[in-house]
Design a protein. Structure first.
Length: 304
């Protein structure tokens, strides 16, 4: 039955698709923007847990394995949500709902990426493999289905979203330490303003697709704006803990506090004026925050 469904959907593939278009479609399936953020999270954990010696092979395995697992999870997310994606304007032209890639092929592609990623992480240590596997399971079978049932899906989604940072830490230390959990907390807090600003921008489209995002279910925009501001402030507070617990020096603190205040600025502005432009500022600031965090950790490690 599965084979016949796949064959029937293969007939829907867009005729005349060239190699460049095919590459672009597969590239879109791995959600490169999200995968890049996940790799940066793992790099942040790796740098925080790193001692004075730098192991390029270990870092390469950690980041490559994390990237493959994230990419594979993204492909399977496309596979699971293909029918709902067809209902929303911003996702209707994705490769699966548009019929350019058959679901069976996407499923095999995603599983292959995950298998390769877990194999790489297996070469590092068991705990990092387990964290990667938990991340994939929670992302696909907890966060993804709950998006249609409860606004708390965003909170639940912070767990698989923050676990790669902890995985990067365990890859280099071999254990779940306080530093790894602090970084986990930072990435969990970071995700709330990031996702809620995006959800507010596309709230009508999300509602059309049946997604239970807070801006869709709660028409009072202040509920969204207040949460964005609160979690932005909490992020600044928690970001000081690596220095307080002596995982980093004051050079890190001198860089991350201004970055956090820079994050709070558009979040506070959104409380006064709920517009798409202001929400986009939060989104763009959140995207830029993660590379700044990684640079702060690297600079602190090199010069403190």
């Amino acid at each position: 039955m599965i084979l016949s469904d796949d064959v029937s959907e293969l007939r829907l593939l867009r005729p005349g698709s060239g190699p460049l278009t095919t590459f672009h479609d597969y590239w879109e399936l791995i959600k490169p923007e999200i995968t890049f953020q996940v790799v940066l999270a793992a790099l942040a954990g790796f740098v925080l847990g790193m001692n004075s010696e730098f192991d390029s092979l270990l870092m390469g395995l950690t980041l490559s394995g994390t990237a493959l697992c994230s990419a594979g999870g993204a492909v399977l997310n496309h596979y699971i949500e293909r029918h709902n994606d067809a209902l929303m304007r911003r996702t209707a032209q994705r490769p699966l709902p548009a019929g350019r890639i058959a679901p069976g092929i996407a499923l095999a592609f995603g599983l292959s990426l995950i298998g390769g990623g877990l194999a790489m992480l297996w070469l590092i240590n068991l705990i990092t493999v387990i964290l990667a596997a938990i991340t994939i399971v929670l992302y696909l079978f907890a966060y993804t289905p709950l998006k249609r049932h409860t606004t708390y899906n965003t909170l639940i989604g912070t767990i698989p979203g923050a676990l790669p940072a902890l995985g990067g830490y365990t890859a280099v230390t071999g254990s779940l330490g306080t530093g790894g959990w602090i970084l986990f907390g930072m990435f969990a807090l970071w995700q709330i303003p990031h996702f809620l600003s995006l959800a507010w921008m596309y709230r009508k489209d999300y509602a059309r697709g049946g997604l239970a995002m807070l801006p869709c279910r709660n028409q009072n925009s202040t509920a969204t704006s207040h949460r964005i501001l609160i979690y932005s402030i909490l992020l600044v507070i928690v970001s000081t803990l690596p220095t307080i617990f002596e995982y980093t020096g004051w050079l890190y603190m001198a860089m991350i506090i201004p970055a956090g205040l820079w994050f709070i600025w558009p979040s506070a502005g959104f409380c006064h004026r709920q517009t798409s432009q202001q929400a986009r500022r939060i989104l763009l600031t959140s995207i830029a925050y993660v590379p700044v965090l990684v640079v702060a950790l690297i600079v602190d490690h090199l010069f403190s």
